[in-house]
Design a protein around this ligand. Sequence first.
Ligand code: BES
Ligand code: MN
Ligand code: ZN
Length: 504
Amino acid sequence: MEFKIKTGELAKQKTPCLVLGVFEGRKLSGPGEAIDKASEGHLARVLRRGDLDGETARLLMLYDVPGVSSERVLLVGCGKRKELDRRAYRKAVAAAVGLLNETQTVEALCTLPELVPDELGLYGAVRETVTTTLDKVYRYDQTREDKKAPKHPLKRLDLWVSKKQDRDSVEGAVRHGAAIGRGVALAKDLGNLPGNICTPTYLAEHALALGQQHQNLRVQVLEERDMEELGMGALLSVSRGSRQPAKLIILDYRGGEDGAKPIVLVGKGLTFDAGGISLKPSEAMDEMKFDMCGGAGVLGTLLAAAELGLPVNLIGVVPSSENLPDGNANRPGDIVTSMSGQTVEILNTDAEGRLILCDALTYCERFNPALVIDLATLTGACVVALGKHASGLFAREDKLADELLEAGNRAGDRAWRMPLWEDYQQQLDSNFADMANIGGRDAGAITAACFLSRYTKKYPWAHLDIAGTAWLTGKEKGATGRPVPLLTQFLLGRSRELAETGAD
Ligand code: BES
Ligand code: MN
Ligand code: ZN
């Protein structure tokens, strides 16, 4: 998919399809008015007939509009002018792109960013157009012939802006949007693959291939024997029940100054979670192939950062394993010793994410990190609390929490902060070990975060529970690529990029 910025007289733009927004009450937007004028009132006459009122995402394709160089004009309902927020804007763009992609329109020129939703500004509108388009045209075809794939998919969407002086800023927006889209697509591809293909070994090989493709990215994979030497007894205890060997994938991107402390992203890479001996019920168990979406999000974010050449030092750590029942698997009541030296009583083998993460988090100490963010499909409780709309955010420090919340808001990939109070810690008390791996029925997402907090005392840390946001269920079942947009936005915020492109 290609995106180019266009300026200049709209009526004279040669394109197979010109996309124009219409607000409710049949009100044309700026670019729409220009085309209406050039066509001597043709658009107004069409709208008066009442085929399109402007309701969000309604579409009307016009052919042979007089006085206009483009072959077609696609009118897109954008709702009430005052209510045009990110949500409505996304809906409108997705509807337009959906139609273009399924018809014969391989190229189009889109003027929707000129509507500049207040929530987004022009930079944000352009970027949102790019990411929404990439999201809409994404297709999974790795394990089947995609018979429903459009014959002539949309290949190029140009974006028209009225003011030439905005060019630099919106070109930055296209670049950022395209890189985020690339990272999201990688995270979706890996997430959507089934557990029998996307094993820890597959994830590790994919990471190594990424390292081959990007000069500034070095990738290293630790094997089970390496983890044994490091004393990663918690991580290895999960993998014991699987025939697939665990891997610890480490990606190292150096875009910042030598010696600048790295930002470390840790992603849960559980390639299939059957629950272990505490076996999950079979309903929707297939969705536990998505339990590696944290790991996929780390790979996707590193890809986006490397493609943008962000001036930060960034390390990705992905502990990867399966969680299956087996004669050699963890039993409830087993006690394991983590790399930190703390012992854990495994009261439920299905609370395995925290077991593989705690050793990865201890491993992070060696990087002397500026901060560590982990992302994990950690608890069903988080889905109960926040649904599919917000990731759960946990952090000890308000400043880091606010920075991440703000990044999520800006990227349209929102998180919501949850408490991490000392009061909850006692739920992890064990009579036989330093802690239990579960904290009872109450506040399950919080006690999981409390568990991780015991392994992250040596650096600033935040935890994103993405159990609700990393994939969709039902008819739209599939990975979302979240929280790659949030994390990339966070990194952009920490980069000089911001000043250079006016992203702020
Ligand atoms: N991967 C799951 C969390 C999960 C469950 C994500 C459902 C999305 C949907 C995790 O490993 C898990 O099984 N967590 C348990 C923890 C419990 C045993 C304390 C859970 O949430 O039920
Ligand atoms: Mn589990
Ligand atoms: Zn899990």
